[in-house]
Write a protein that binds this ligand. Structure first.
Ligand SMILES: NC(=O)c1ccc[n+]([C@@H]2O[C@H](COP(=O)([O-])OP(=O)(O)OC[C@H]3O[C@@H](n4cnc5c(N)ncnc54)[C@H](OP(=O)(O)O)[C@@H]3O)[C@@H](O)[C@H]2O)c1
Length: 244
């Protein structure tokens, strides 16, 4: 029996991950912002053999509400084996550049609430000396780009956060940062698809393998590790002239 706590449970990547584990008599605690979409995810997991799938909604910026949704999960299921933070938004970058409230919302959704939930979970994993804390970052967090540096900054913060949290929780608790390249999901519905795009199922499979291996950071698909290594080697003098 494995218990999974998911933040952003309606995410295509999270759903693919949950579906992959639903046949294992698993219990799910699903948190998100949309009741009917969460209900549909829960119903799907139950038909695939999950032992239970419970839904909690949470409004953006309601810290007490998020903690209540998390706390209810720990009270009901006692302990979780995996916490997966999949909540995230890819904003209209130009709009964010002109409206601090939109930028604040990106940081709220992608960074602050993810950190808040991870810190809540960390305390409980720490006292049980077990658990995997899985956070979805992005390759966009590895280097600033003209076209998406606000989204990138929200993900870069998760990198530093995970590094420190990992030091706090190791060796008993795993802190895994997942850095996908572009994924064909609702988040990228408006983007033209290129050969660089992967599927939610591929990212979900990479997450499952990384939990088994107790990895610290993975790129998904794996070739992004090489691509981002080379991109990070580019001197700042060259990077500052790039326009993409
Ligand atoms: N897709 C990519 O190319 C890509 C690449 C790298 C990293 N990622 C990261 O992977 C994670 C999962 O993304 P995905 O590809 O599975 O996309 P997705 O299917 O669009 O899922 C995004 C999730 O975030 C939730 N969300 C969006 N805006 C929100 C808001 N304002 N407040 C609360 N929740 C909000 C969505 O809830 P609703 O269902 O209610 O909208 C959904 O659960 C995200 O952290 C994303 O940044 C994605």
């Amino acid at each position: 029996m494995k218990n999974h706590l998911i933040l952003g449970a309606t995410s295509a990547i999270a759903q693919a991950y949950c579906r992959m584990h639903a046949g294992e008599d698993t219990r799910f605690w699903l948190i998100g912002r949309n009741q009917s979409r969460l209900d549909a995810v829960a119903a799907d997991l139950l038909t695939r053999g999950a032992a239970s799938a419970t839904v909690r909604t949470c409004v953006n910026g309601d810290y007490a509400g998020l903690e209540a949704a998390l706390g209810d999960g720990f009270r009901a299921l006692q302990a979780f084996d995996v916490f997966l933070a999949a909540q995230g938004t890819l904003p209209d970058h130009a709009a964010c550049e002109n409206d601090a409230r939109l930028t604040a919302e990106v940081m709220q959704v992608n960074t602050i609430e993810v950190m808040q939930a991870a810190l809540f979970v960390a305390k409980r994993f720490e006292s049980r000396r077990a658990g995997s804390c899985v956070i979805i970052g992005s390759v966009a967090g590895d280097r600033g780009r003209r076209s998406n540096y606000i989204y990138g900054a929200s993900k870069a913060a998760l990198d530093t956060f995970c590094e420190g949290l990992r030091q706090r929780l190791l060796p008993a608790v795993q802190v895994l940062l997942v850095k996908p390249g572009p994924v064909d999901s609702p988040m990228t519905a408006l983007l033209a698809k290129t050969a660089l795009f992967t599927t939610p199922e591929k990212v979900a499979a990479d997450i499952s393998a990384a939990i088994r291996r107790r990895s610290a950071t993975i790129y998904s698909p794996g070739h992004w590790r090489v691509i981002m290594f080379l991109i990070r080697l580019l001197p700042r003098q060259i990077v500052k002239r790039l326009q993409a």
